[in-house]
Design a protein around this ligand. Structure first.
Ligand SMILES: [Mg+2]
Length: 399
């Protein structure tokens, strides 16, 4: 057997593909999109006055192109993806795992968590999109097959709108989610315990007992305050409490989880199998929320399913970005095994951000839609989406 010795920057020299030349990467394009918002909104410690996203496009010599998206700061992601590009040119786009490992090896010293992995994530998603197009199959099929063809969606919203009354604006927004057909809602907290509890109580009264309600502090509390929130919020039937404390504080996560009151969720800023394993080994969460665009792409996300299974933790992915991130998240949703492995097991809820984003529904020729509370998983080749190039240009940064 031939022993392979990476890196193979030129696919034509690769022992397994020499002379075959299957779909060689010829260009990596970064599309940095941004749009100022008419009205800024806030989570517990961040203000959003502009939407900014980075799309990754990989072009191949056979005319196919693949799309991905990175979670996190778009300017930093663009710089790192561009720095990684020379490692991709000339390689087979089908070598997804070898490329992942080489990028990680080459950039490990620049960071094993955070922006380096965000960049790899966008590239990895684009490679899976290409792989699906090459084989004329949806990504979930190539990753072992789907457990479901649609997912129940929850509305993410309830940020604090700047300059308006918190409670009345929140209730108006949540009523819109109900009118649209959502049967689950996640609202932001972390604006002070008294106001948060007042918000939670008002939303529960509005939605009644049958609509699911989740709360997300975006790590805006410490363990003492979060424990108080748990005690006061528990009577309002909360499905999960997301990011109660900073993601580094795994011991605090564990202490809050040990209260056995509201299920504790987190993980959108934990990266790779190593970061997730560390959190799960410490018993930090009941519900893990990896983001495909940040955890290391689809290649890494599917490895985490094994960790979740071993540690008895549910996987409910985090999703934030454009419809490209949403499509990647849907393919990941497709391959999440039911937990528990029973007929009556409920699907993980799909995070469907409803906060202001002018790019959300315009980048694809066929936008991803929620109908009667459900979102269908795209079944076309690759991600199963078609990017509308004409729709990108209004969002390119103005010089
Ligand atoms: Mg969150």
């Amino acid at each position: 057997m031939t022993q392979l010795t990476p890196p193979y920057h030129d696919v034509r020299q690769h022992p397994l593909t020499r002379g075959k030349n299957p779909m060689t990467i010829k260009a990596i394009n970064t599309h940095l999109l941004e749009q100022p918002l008419a009205r800024p909104f806030e989570s517990s410690a961040m203000r959003f006055s502009v939407r900014r996203h980075l799309l990754v496009e990989i072009e191949c010599d056979n005319g196919l192109d693949g799309w991905g998206e990175c979670l996190g700061n778009a300017d930093i992601n663009a710089a790192i993806v561009n720095a990684m590009s020379p490692h991709l040119i000339g390689r087979s786009a089908l070598d997804i795992e070898p490329i992942w490992l080489e990028l990680y090896n080459q950039f490990r010293d620049q960071g094993q968590r955070g922006a380096t992995v965000n960049a790899i994530s966008g590239i990895d998603i684009a490679l899976w999109d290409l792989c699906g197009k090459y084989h004329n199959a949806p990504i979930y099929q190539l990753m072992g097959g789907a457990f479901r063809d649609q997912v129940p969606a929850y509305a993410t919203g309830g940020f604090r709108q700047v300059g308006v009354d918190r409670i009345s604006s929140l209730l108006q927004e949540v009523q819109g989610f109900l009118d649209a057909g959502f049967r689950a809602v996640k609202i932001k907290i972390g604006f002070g315990i008294a106001l948060d509890i007042e918000s939670i109580a008002a939303v529960r009264e509005l939605i009644g007992p049958d609509i699911r309600l989740m709360i997300d502090a975006n790590h805006g509390y410490d363990a003492v305050a979060a424990a108080q929130v748990i005690r006061l919020a528990a009577p309002f039937d909360i499905d999960w409490f997301e990011e109660p404390v900073v993601p580094e504080a795994l011991g605090s996560y564990r202490r809050l989880r040990d209260l056995n009151s509201i299920p504790i969720a987190g993980g959108e800023t934990w990266h790779t199998r190593w970061g997730i394993a560390e959190a799960l080994q410490q018993g930090a969460v009941d519900i893990l929320q990896p983001d495909v665009g940040g955890v290391g792409g689809l290649s890494e996300a599917r490895k985490l399913l094994t960790l979740c299974d071993i540690h008895g933790v549910r996987c409910v992915p985090h999703i934030w970005g454009t419809d490209i991130a949403l499509a990647a998240g849907l393919h990941f949703h497709a391959i999440i095994p039911p937990s528990p492995p029973a007929f009556e097991a409920e699907s993980a809820w799909l995070e469907f951000d409803q906060s202001d984003n002018p790019m959300r529904a315009v980048l694809l020729k066929h936008p991803i839609e929620m109908i009667d509370g459900m979102v269908r998983i795209p079944s076309g080749p690759g991600l199963g989406i078609e990017v509308n190039r004409d729709a990108l240009s209004p969002f390119y940064r103005k010089p």
